[in-house]
Design a protein around this ligand. Structure first.
Ligand code: SF4
Length: 298
């Protein structure tokens, strides 16, 4: 089914997710397609805006939080995954999304990605990888390819880039997908698959940033990307094969590169919760602390 047919199927649901906020991103930015795909996926899974939550941080990826009519929380740089984890533990029945850029995720707080993956929290995480920090006008991030001249790099970048999908595979991630921002239809499908994978779902979006990311222009992707689904010899349950594929940047595979449905998620391994309560929130008690706050008034 084409993208247009898909959207017309859930047009009412989709339109209810729009806001009246002005879009301020640059022309040709891959974030437009990401927002569009996220709204389409939510609509096509028949969720209303109040039934899902998105945790954002700052930067161009965070700019989405007032452009979509769902519950959102716009937190500190690099902290969208801890926010999403808290939301999930507080109410495991609500679909939780998190979104962040490569500077926040791979450079500043890469530990959050590792621990979210290995704990297998049920979060659908979109890593918008535009290979630079736009906030500092094109500073190199940990995913910027080697030997590129960036705004705050005297000479050229001289460190090997981190490969996000490889890191998540090594951190026991159970759903590893990659996507190129020129193909919105594929991302809709991947987000929906991530929502239906009831563990941690990692989707790297190789996002175009025509303003600052000279290292990854549109042409570079157009010439190299292919859908892993066309390969008969590929088994997406084989971690070793996935590990080899994600390191090939001459032929960039997109789609679900690895999926493991045999593991358990964090909450189902917390056996002691079965006799304490059904949800973590039910274990907490409410205390009236107004007397304490009144003592702080000046
Ligand atoms: Fe998009 Fe790059 Fe412009 Fe940010 S700076 S809005 S990521 S094109």
């Amino acid at each position: 089914m084409s993208y247009t047919d898909l959207i017309s199927k859930a047009a009412k649901q989709y339109l209810e997710l729009e806001t009246s906020q002005t879009h301020t991103r640059c022309s040709g930015c891959g974030n437009y397609g990401i927002l569009n795909a996220l709204m389409s996926a939510i609509a096509l899974e028949w969720y209303a805006g109040h039934q899902v939550i998105l945790a954002n941080d700052v930067g161009c990826s965070g700019n989405v939080s007032d452009k979509i009519m769902i519950n959102t929380m716009h937190g500190l740089h690099g902290r969208s995954l801890p926010l999403a984890t808290g939301m999930h533990l507080a109410n495991p029945h609500i679909p939780i999304f998190a979104m962040a850029g490569d500077g926040a995720t791979m450079s500043e707080w890469v530990n959050h990605l590792i621990h979210t993956a290995r704990n297998n929290y049920n979060i659908t995480f979109l890593l918008n990888n535009n290979h630079n920090y736009w906030l500092t006008t094109g500073q190199a991030s940990a995913t910027t390819p080697k030997w590129y001249r960036m705004s705050a790099t005297p000479g050229e970048t001289n460190a090997h880039p981190l490969i996000p999908t490889q890191l998540v595979l090594a951190s026991w991630g159970t759903f590893v997908a990659r996507w190129y921002s020129g193909n919105v239809e594929q991302l809709i499908w991947l987000i929906r698959a991530g929502m239906n994978h009831t563990w941690f779902s990692f989707i790297e979006t190789m996002q175009l940033c025509p303003t600052y990311s000279k290292a990854t222009p549109d042409k570079r992707y157009e010439e190299r990307v292919y859908d892993i689904g066309v390969r008969d010899d590929y088994d997406s349950t084989n971690k070793r094969q996935a590990s080899q594929v994600v390191e090939d940047f001459d032929h960039i595979a997109t789609g679900i590169l690895y999926q493991n449905t045999q593991e358990k998620d964090f909450l189902s391994l917390q056996e002691h919760r079965a006799w304490i309560s059904s949800t973590p929130v039910a274990e907490t008690k409410s205390f009236d602390i107004s007397w304490l706050l009144s003592g702080l008034r000046v």
